[in-house]
Design a protein around this ligand. Structure first.
Ligand code: SF4
Ligand code: SF4
Length: 306
């Protein structure tokens, strides 16, 4: 019987982000990349994973299939597994700067896309290691050499494991018109996940509809993300992944290389700020228990989390 609890895992993730050297928006800098994280859990035998697979395509991994990528010789059943997902919210500074942008991403946003995603990768490895040290095999599916991009018959660009869908299953949010995941910390965030051989209680999903937190889907209004997109990639019909990708590849990526980072970065996310779901679930759609706009102070260097 393991002594590992959900609280222990939350502390591993939270403490990692409190470390100024690990959570820096630029190497050697003192400004944090992310605000305080949100963490959710879902049992590996939750039928939602088969439902997601059914929607996305046969290539999509269930938690059991994802786990076996890392531990092909271990025999596990889905009920022995837990999916752990986390939300890394953008900071107030990054959002403020990005709100003023119309065609190109803010500098901080691009840094988070580049260095912040490296932090997220390091966090995935860190959690794997900490669990492994406790005798619990764990994998971060998106780091698996077998992880790959795929074409979904129904949704176009897809992959063998989706961090956003893992977070959705873990009760951390639902999808918006622009395809972003609207979480209690909003959709201006990055997301990660791991699958561990440990049976933990699910957080629970305070929604039934996968669009429950989007004003367009739930109330037939808003659509502000449509006008935030300079590529015309969002409409009342949803998110055009091809237009979005083309804009990023042809416009923002070269811009970021030439004017911001010196390296090409797939940075954009203009549709994730200056919208009602940027930093919270829109108030009228939020469950009573929803948190809002987690304080950046949880990750300002040298300070305790409130
Ligand atoms: S901006 Fe409005 S329509 Fe777009 S995802 Fe957010 S809530 Fe939905
Ligand atoms: S990421 Fe950029 S191009 Fe893609 S939908 Fe959002 S605003 Fe449009």
């Amino acid at each position: 019987m393991s002594d590992i609890t959900r609280e222990w895992i939350e502390a591993v993730i939270g403490d990692y982000l409190k470390d100024p050297e690990r959570n820096a928006i630029s190497p050697g800098g003192t400004e944090p990349a992310f605000a305080a994280p949100l963490v959710g859990f879902c049992r590996g035998d939750d039928p939602i994973f088969e439902t997601i697979k059914g929607h996305i395509g046969e290539f999509y991994w269930t938690p059991q299939e994802a786990f076996q990528q890392g531990f092909p010789d271990l025999t596990v059943s889905p009920d022995q597994l837990t999916v752990i997902a986390w939300i890394l919210p953008q900071t107030r500074e990054t959002k403020k700067e990005h709100r003023a942008c119309k065609e190109f991403p803010g500098k901080r946003w691009s840094r988070v896309r580049h260095y912040g995603e490296q932090i997220n990768e390091n966090l995935r490895r860190h959690l794997e290691t900490r669990l492994n040290e406790k005798g619990i095999p764990a994998v971060a599916p998106s780091l698996s050499p077998a992880w790959e991009k795929k074409k979904s018959p129904r949704y176009g660009y897809a992959s063998t494991w989706s961090e956003r869908h893992a977070a959705y299953a873990c009760g951390l949010g639902t999808f918006g018109l622009s395809d972003g995941l609207i979480t209690p910390a909003g959709k201006a965030m990055r997301v990660g996940s791991a699958v561990a051989r440990i049976a933990l209680e699910s957080t629970g999903r305070p929604y039934e509809d996968h669009h429950a937190y989007c004003l367009h889907h739930a109330r037939n209004r808003c659509g502000i993300c449509i006008s935030r997109c300079p590529a015309g990639a969002i409409s009342k019909s949803g998110h055009d992944k091809v237009k979005c990708r083309t804009y990023i590849r042809q416009v923002t990526r070269p811009y970021v290389e030439a004017h911001q980072m010196g390296v090409p970065v797939n940075s954009c996310g203009l549709c994730q700020v200056k919208v009602p779901c940027e930093s919270r679930i829109p108030a009228e759609l939020a469950p009573n228990t929803a948190e809002t706009d987690p304080p950046d102070s949880g990750h300002t260097h040298g300070k305790e989390s409130p």
